[in-house]
Design a protein around this ligand. Structure first.
Ligand code: FES
Length: 259
């Protein structure tokens, strides 16, 4: 096991505060919160963003690139688009200095010291529901069409949602329906093309600055627009209520290895 290395003077880091330190060649984000120091890798597990540059709130640090949050005490990923922990390290305060001992990997190492506890491999993300339910649309004023997924028949919300399972987040490789990104589907008679439908899809993103957004919108339009019953597809991006991991289905959580 690596030795503790002195990385800073206690007086250098305000409380609350953070800094970036070099620990034997590894860049480590060092935090001081509530009189306790914590250390995690300066690496967001989503796409390598520099965590020490992020916003610190209580014991959470937000990646400045796409907004994933991590627990500075454990390195656990708390929000998408990150799904894996970053490495947490052992920290001690001695002789007026802050000392860090590198752990080999997330969740490894010796006993917790000064608040640095073992980091779980995956973030604990509770499940409550898959997505916000939307009413089954009525087309042309009749009774709502109820068609089992995969069956043919009049286009309805269930069929549109089945179609949208073809659209996958390019970074997570999980479809947007199981991710809980589809908040609603509204089908109405097209004003321009008699006998066809206008499809309005309320979609959210895992974060306001989601880099996959333009591709997801284009793929959604292409996917639903391929139906011969659809004249036009409108994708409306909604950020309220904000997406949270508990909108994912069990299938998505299985795929992402989140238990
Ligand atoms: S690199 Fe950190 S959220 Fe994307």
């Amino acid at each position: 096991m690596a030795d503790f290395l002195r990385v800073a003077d206690v007086s250098e880091i305000p409380d609350p505060g953070k800094t970036l330190v070099d620990v034997d060649g590894d860049m480590v984000a060092l935090f001081h919160v509530g009189g306790v120091f914590y250390a995690i890798d300066d690496v967001c597990t989503h796409d390598g963003g520099p965590l020490a540059d992020g916003e610190l709130r209580d014991h959470k640090i937000s990646c400045p690139r796409h907004g994933a949050k991590f627990d500075i005490r454990t390195g656990a990923a708390l929000s998408m688009p990150a799904i894996r922990s970053t490495r947490a390290h052992d920290v001690k305060v001695e002789d007026g200095g802050v000392w860090v001992r590198l752990r080999a990997e997330a969740g490894s190492g010796g006993p917790p010291l000064h608040g640095a506890v073992s980091a779980p491999v995956a973030a604990p993300l509770p499940v409550t529901s898959a997505a916000v339910a939307a009413p089954v649309p009525t087309v042309g004023g009749g009774s709502p069409a109820v068609v089992a997924p995969g069956e043919s028949g009049p286009l309805c919300e269930d069929r549109v949602r089945e179609m949208l399972k073809e659209v996958k987040d390019p970074e997570l490789f999980v479809n947007i329906v199981d991710l809980g990104l589809i908040y609603g589907v509204t089908l109405s008679p097209s004003a321009d093309v008699p006998g066809k439908l206008h499809a309005a899809i309320d979609m959210t993103m895992t974060s306001p600055a989601c880099p996959a957004g333009p591709q997801l919108i284009a793929d959604t339009k292409r996917c639903v627009g391929a139906s011969p019953e659809v004249a036009a597809v409108e994708v409306r991006i909604v950020m309220e209520p904000p997406w949270t991991p508990d909108r994912m289905t069990d299938a998505a959580r299985d795929q992402l290895g989140i238990f």
